[in-house]
Design a protein around this ligand. Structure first.
Ligand code: SF4
Length: 405
């Protein structure tokens, strides 16, 4: 994230805070309704009944932690985060190759600020991250977007690569540039784009396999991704797991309304798909953006860091774009199910955290060896990483651990 983006994100947070405060009355009304529903649930299922709701996306986790939403909900409800942070799930292998090519082949690497700090499992030439590679002399440039990288690479003749990370939201932007031949001859593209519905499926299957825990009663689905892929993409989740899914916006009120909807459907025993984020999301999504994506990329099984292969969960460039494909252009072998091995550093519990099986405070390294200033594991790097969110905006408990309470 560059300085301007950082500034504007803080202005946005300020704006959201004002809305939340203005709507405090509305927030309390929704919380009261949530309390009414949990009373009904308790009467039917007993005092100790627990409900888990998955908030799949890192931005939702941000809203939940930043605005203390867990603290105003009845204790019956447990909100668990999902793998909705692209930086957290980017395999170490690709970071290692980028370090290697930046140091050995002197390739210019264009990347977002969070990937710049993402730590690999193995050091390459003494560097664990692109920022460490830069300290050793590599030319790594932080950009705010693909367009910036393209513009910059036009200004020199050196071989360069753009690290194309993200979910479906960002993929049409990449595709548009590639489809319209806007990529300079000295630039290649490393596609690390991941698809969210297969990951949601996978996470829910894992969580439902643990009968000692309350099963997931519903899912808060990512609103931004859904603007592109459409709410209909979540229908298979509803049908397969027989649970409600609510496509939600990112303001605190949106999240509260989505929780209310899920509980209401739970009480009625209805598995339905609802769009809370109606101001941005349609049933079919953005058809033009979808067509851009599939003209340029093809779907394939992909690795999620610490988790392993998830079927049909990643996008790679189509064959006709081999020339700009970073891996093919440089003869680098892609990962395969045979070559992938667990890629979390010793002690890091990121895989469990992104699958909703553990919380950041369950990791003994949290705020000790692993901090936002010096991230050790991948969930501590990005603004959407659960550990990073908990560390930045977490509870009193975290402040106590930092010795500042
Ligand atoms: Fe991994 Fe750090 Fe989170 Fe622990 S605190 S799970 S080491 S990212």
């Amino acid at each position: 994230m560059g300085d301007n983006e950082y500034e504007s994100s803080w202005r946005y947070i300020d704006y959201i805070e004002k809305i939340f405060r203005r709507n405090r009355e509305l927030a309390m009304k929704i919380v009261n309704k949530i309390n009414d529903l949990t009373d009904q649930i308790r009467r039917v299922y007993g005092e100790d009944h627990k409900i888990k709701i998955m908030n799949f996306c890192g931005t939702h986790e941000w809203t939940i932690v930043r605005y203390g939403i867990r603290s105003i909900l009845p204790r019956m409800i447990e909100l668990v985060a999902g793998p909705g942070c692209p930086v957290c799930v980017t395999p170490s292998y690709y970071i290692e190759r980028l370090i290697e090519y930046s140091l050995e082949e002197k390739i210019v690497v264009y990347t977002f600020g969070d990937v710049y700090r993402l730590r690999s499992v193995k050091p390459v030439k003494g560097a664990y991250s692109l920022s460490e590679a830069k300290a050793l002399g590599a030319d790594v440039r932080i950009v705010e977007g693909f367009a910036d990288a393209v513009r910059d690479s036009l200004g020199h003749k050196r071989e360069s690569v753009f690290v194309g990370i993200g979910f479906e939201t960002i993929a049409p932007g990449y595709a548009r540039y590639i489809l319209h031949n806007k990529i300079p001859n000295n630039m290649s593209f490393l596609s690390l784009v991941k698809l969210t519905p297969p990951a949601m499926f996978y996470s829910l299957e894992i969580l439902q396999d643990k009968p000692t825990e309350p099963v997931i009663a519903g899912v808060i689905a990512p609103g931004h991704v859904s603007t592109i892929i459409g709410a209909k993409s979540w229908r298979p989740v509803v049908e397969h797991f027989n649970i409600p899914v609510v496509v939600s916006g990112f303001e605190p009120i949106d999240v509260l309304i989505s929780i209310f909807y899920i509980l209401k459907l739970y009480v009625r025993g209805e598995a339905r798909l609802l769009i809370e984020y109606e101001r941005a999301v349609s049933w079919d999504g953005d058809l033009s953006a979808q067509s851009y994506i599939y003209k340029v990329f093809e779907v394939r099984d992909d690795v999620w860091r610490g988790i392993g292969y998830i079927p049909k969960s990643g996008l790679r460039l189509r064959e006709e774009y081999d020339k700009i494909d970073f891996l093919k252009r440089h003869g680098i072998k892609d990962l395969s199910p045979e070559t992938w091995a667990t890629d979390l550093s010793p002690g890091c519990r990121c895989a469990e955290i992104v699958l909703g099986k553990a919380l950041p405070r369950d990791c003994p390294l949290f705020m000790r060896k692993c901090t936002p200033e010096k991230p050790y594991g991948p969930c501590m790097v990005s603004i959407e990483g659960t550990c990073s969110i908990w560390a930045r905006y977490g509870s009193q408990e975290i402040l106590e651990m930092r010795g500042v309470s």
